[in-house]
Design a protein around this ligand. Structure first.
Ligand SMILES: NC(=O)C1=CN([C@@H]2O[C@H](COP(=O)(O)OP(=O)(O)OC[C@H]3O[C@@H](n4cnc5c(N)ncnc54)[C@H](OP(=O)(O)O)[C@@H]3O)[C@@H](O)[C@H]2O)C=CC1
Ligand SMILES: N[C@@H](CC=O)C(=O)O
Ligand code: NA
Length: 366
């Protein structure tokens, strides 16, 4: 195949975005010698307040990209970015590495212009059911592709596995497990199966420093991040869940901190409430168990739920390590032994891997 050109635009250069750009640099070198792939050119990188882009669609250099972005004097609005990409003289793939709802809301418009999207951002796929339908109908009419593997289980092959189960005619009956890298890390270190564990607030701070949490860690602790992931999986499995707030979700935010103004203030005040989580942990210990934050989808009962549960210390969920997720798919084909996916469910590199893998899928189909 003759080498065509495909332009790549990257919105968001934080924890995941930076790792993605580094993987993109390696990929671009590797693909430059492979004639079955198009030539890829990075033409735009943006953060919330800065945009580095090439008005004439010439490839940006990967060397010193972070410095060039930091010193960029331009900040294109989202509408201007879309206009720029729509006018490109070749196919475009937009990589959304933000957690922005505003960016997610534009996906139907972006896709309708033939621009493909790859993203770890959960907001588009777990927003209103109408947005979900608009995204996939826009992609179907324009032929643009949309992939979001890292929106559930980071780089773990969660979405691709579920899609393949469904597309090959299997029937999913139940999905359950640990869906949050942050919650997994927190409970594995705060309430370990052996030893006493750290203070809740100190572990939350560590999870943020390790890049596991959402930009605002309250989005993890209020259960909404897990609810978003279950909404995505339920919809893919055939349950048209209206929104991540349309089923029971347990929040771990202390009542007294529900209305604090910022994530930073929340983290600063969280140590005042360590005793509350300690109580929950001790109650489980009295039964010889540990607490973990889990979720489940029961397709038959059309029920989704998210919250704390107690587990025997020998249970696979209790024995997880680090930021590991464990996701069990119960299906007609697999019977009573579920198909299980387990491994790191958060972190820049493993999340970026899912995004880069999606990008490769789009390139293979370009
Ligand atoms: N971290 C993880 O382990 C995982 C993350 N994800 C998802 O990946 C995405 C990115 O997460 P992460 O990298 O950790 O988050 P960060 O907060 O580290 O980075 C977010 C980036 O997006 C930029 N940004 C935010 N809003 C806009 C906007 N409107 N226009 C342009 N840029 C914007 C920020 O700009 P600025 O730098 O100026 O603040 C920042 O560069 C999220 O959707 C998250 O849910 C998914 C799985 C795992
Ligand atoms: N904050 C999320 C990041 C991945 O989706 C998590 O901890 O799982
Ligand atoms: Na995944």
């Amino acid at each position: 195949m003759a080498s065509k050109n495909v332009f790549i635009a990257v919105i968001g250069a934080g924890g995941v975005g930076k790792c993605f750009l580094s993987q993109l640099e390696t990929l671009s070198k590797r693909l430059s010698t492979n004639p079955s792939f198009p030539k890829i050119s990075l033409v735009l990188v943006s953060r919330s307040t800065k945009t580095l882009y090439s008005p004439k669609y010439e490839a940006l250099a990967f060397e010193n990209l972070a410095t060039s972005l930091a010193s960029a004097s331009t900040a294109l609005s989202l509408a201007e970015v879309i206009e720029y990409l729509s006018a490109a003289p070749a196919k475009v793939i937009l990589v959304d590495n933000t957690s922005s709802q505003d960016v997610a809301d534009q996906y139907p418009q972006v896709l309708s212009k033939g621009i493909s999207i790859v993203t770890p951002n959960k907001k588009a796929f777990s927003g209103s059911y109408k947005l979900w339908q608009d995204i996939f109908s826009s992609a179907a009419s324009s032929g643009a592709k949309v992939y979001h593997e890292s929106s559930v289980g980071a780089g773990l092959p969660t979405i691709s596995t579920l899609k393949e189960l469904v597309d090959t005619g299997d029937e999913v009956t139940r999905i359950e497990g640990v869906f949050s890298g942050t919650m997994s890390f927190l409970f594995n270190s705060f309430a370990p199966t052996e030893g006493s564990g750290g203070k809740w607030s100190a572990e939350v701070k560590k999870a943020k420093e390790l890049g596991y949490t959402e930009p605002d860690p309250r989005d993890d602790l209020n259960g909404l991040d897990v609810a978003r992931k279950l909404t995505i999986l339920a919809r893919l499995a055939g349950l048209p869940v209206e929104s991540p707030t349309s089923f029971p979700v347990q929040s771990l935010i202390p009542k007294e901190l529900e209305s604090v103004a910022s994530g930073d203030e929340f983290l600063q005040r969280l140590p005042e409430f360590d005793a509350q989580m300690e109580e929950t942990k001790v109650a489980a210990e009295k039964e010889g168990k540990v607490v973990r934050f889990v979720g489940s989808i029961d397709m038959g009962k059309k029920q989704v739920k998210v919250g704390l549960e107690k587990f025997d210390r020998s249970h696979p969920i209790a024995a997880l390590k680090g930021s590991d997720n464990i996701i069990s798919f119960y299906t007609k084909r697999y019977g009573s032994n579920p198909l299980i996916i387990q491994g790191a469910g958060a972190g820049g590199d493993v999340t970026a891997m899912g995004v880069t893998g999606d990008l490769i899928k789009v390139l293979e189909r370009s």
